[in-house]
Design a protein around this ligand. Structure first.
Ligand code: UDX
Length: 433
């Protein structure tokens, strides 16, 4: 089948690539001309393991096309995906400006029957509104909700082997067209959840908020474990073996970050508020996540006896491993807090440096290093914030030699099992003695 996707961010580009991989033809549209030019030349606009190979292959066999013209997509395809960013807006609500601009543009060009599939994470009720807008122009429009559950850094795999496909819609014919596009997944036995649009929109927010709650819960327990002498890693293991709880998303850390959990928890809370409901558990997770970032800074400050003029190495700037994305990354927040208290930062990240430089451009006393070893040179303490594999296998003797001090804050618990770590360093993991 031939479809188009508007928006070539993480969701749009990966979805487009995967659709070509399962045998379809895709037109990818984005208003950012420079991004489209880069993609046409086979250069990626985001880093995502395995993505480039799929896109290069699709470009070679002609199954993917990049353009800035929405009209071209509308004229040539009957199924049009919207994968427009919905970032955090005023007061925590989702900012739908770009999405509605795109809907207005679509309405300018549609003249025949189309199915619009909303992949963007949108407030509950948005698909109904989009349909109303488009039907003013032409009656024969069906809007479906089809949220995306991919994780950055693992997006290709998550999209090729999804755990479920959620489709929300009213019109059975339109739903069946989308199911036909996803026949590959149906044949693989991937479960489909077919419901109405508001339910589908809610599933996405409910899933992300639940995972954020789960992480905040284990983070709070980790803080308690430290006080009572328990080991949170074993607590997670012991809890996770209960199938009702499951072992995933039970790893404590410096707080969740990224382009989804922080904004989606806030957006869901605001949606509830507008409907006179208080999602107190989601609210607690949001507050707890903010506190967790403060707590890790406090911990460094307490152990070092203050932060003023202390040289600290930060390992990891992206919000998680295998991505260059620093959106709402705990590292950015933590660096700001340390610098505000007079600390001096040397930082290194395999991929996040360029974005971090922009986000921290107003902050002084941050030295961006090209590699791990120069990052730890002459520092009092090192702090692991992102679990990149490069940080899991460090030459500890060499690191120790380069450092002035010996404080090792392992906020991802990467060295818990290492036999030498406590001999070489004043080692502080999270939630473990
Ligand atoms: C998330 C959802 O998982 C995905 O389904 C949705 O489509 C988009 O949002 P993503 O933000 O890419 O994906 O990454 P994810 O792996 O979920 O991690 C989010 C944050 O939680 C990261 O900061 C990560 O470090 C943190 N995290 C995750 C923990 O602190 N502990 C965990 O156990 C798991």
């Amino acid at each position: 089948m031939k479809v188009s996707i508007i928006g070539t961010g993480y969701v749009g580009l990966v979805h487009g690539a995967i659709l070509t991989k399962i045998g379809h033809n895709v037109i990818c549209v984005d208003k950012k001309r420079e991004n489209i030019e880069r993609l046409k030349k086979g250069n990626m606009t985001i880093f995502e393991p395995g993505l480039k190979e799929i896109i290069l292959e699709a470009e070679k066999n002609g199954s993917i096309e990049f353009t800035t013209e929405i009209k071209k997509a509308i004229d040539n395809t009957d199924i049009i995906f919207l994968a427009i960013g919905t970032p955090e807006g005023e007061g925590g609500k989702a900012d739908l400006k770009d999405l509605y601009t795109c809907v207005d543009e679509i309405s300018k060009y549609i003249t025949t029957k189309k199915i619009i599939v909303v992949k963007s994470t949108v407030p509950i009720g948005t698909c109904n509104d989009i349909e109303k807008i488009l039907r003013k122009k032409i009656k024969d429009i069906e809007v479906l909700s089809n949220p995306e559950f991919l994780r950055e850094g693992n997006a290709v795999n998550d999209s090729l082997f999804p755990e479920r496909i959620v489709i929300g819609g009213k019109n059975i014919e339109a739903i069946n067209s989308l199911k036909k596009l996803y026949l590959y997944f149906e044949e693989k036995g991937i479960p489909f959840v077919i419901s109405n649009r508001t339910t589908s929109e809610m599933i996405k927010y409910a899933s992300n908020a639940f995972l954020a709650v789960k992480i905040s819960y284990i983070n709070e327990l980790a803080n308690l474990a430290e006080k009572v002498g328990a080991n949170i890693s074993d607590v997670s293991l012991g809890m996770g073996l209960d199938k009702r709880i499951a072992p995933y998303f039970l790893e404590c850390g410096p707080g969740y970050g990224g382009s989804c959990f922080p904004k989606d928890t806030k957006a869901l809370f605001e949606i509830a508020k507008e409907n006179s409901e208080e999602l107190s558990i989601v609210k607690s997770a949001i507050e707890s996540n903010k506190r967790q970032r403060e707590k890790v800074v406090q911990k460094i400050e307490n152990k070092l006896g203050g932060l003023k003029n202390k040289k600290i190495a930060i390992l990891g700037l992206s919000f998680k491993e295998n991505t260059d994305d620093t959106r709402d990354s705990p590292s950015i927040d933590i660096i700001k807090k340390i610098v505000n208290k007079g600390g001096k930062i040397q930082c290194y990240c395999p991929m996040g440096i360029e974005e971090a430089k922009v986000k921290l451009s107003f902050y002084k006393n941050i030295d961006y290093k090209k590699d791990l070893i120069s990052c730890v040179e002459k520092v009092e303490a090192l702090v692991i914030l992102t679990p990149w594999s490069e940080f899991k296998n460090m030459d500890l003797n060499k690191i120790k030699e380069k450092m002035n001090g010996s404080y090792f804050f392992d906020f991802r618990n990467l060295y818990l099992e290492n036999k030498n770590i406590r001999k070489l360093f004043k080692y502080y993991p999270l939630g473990n003695s």
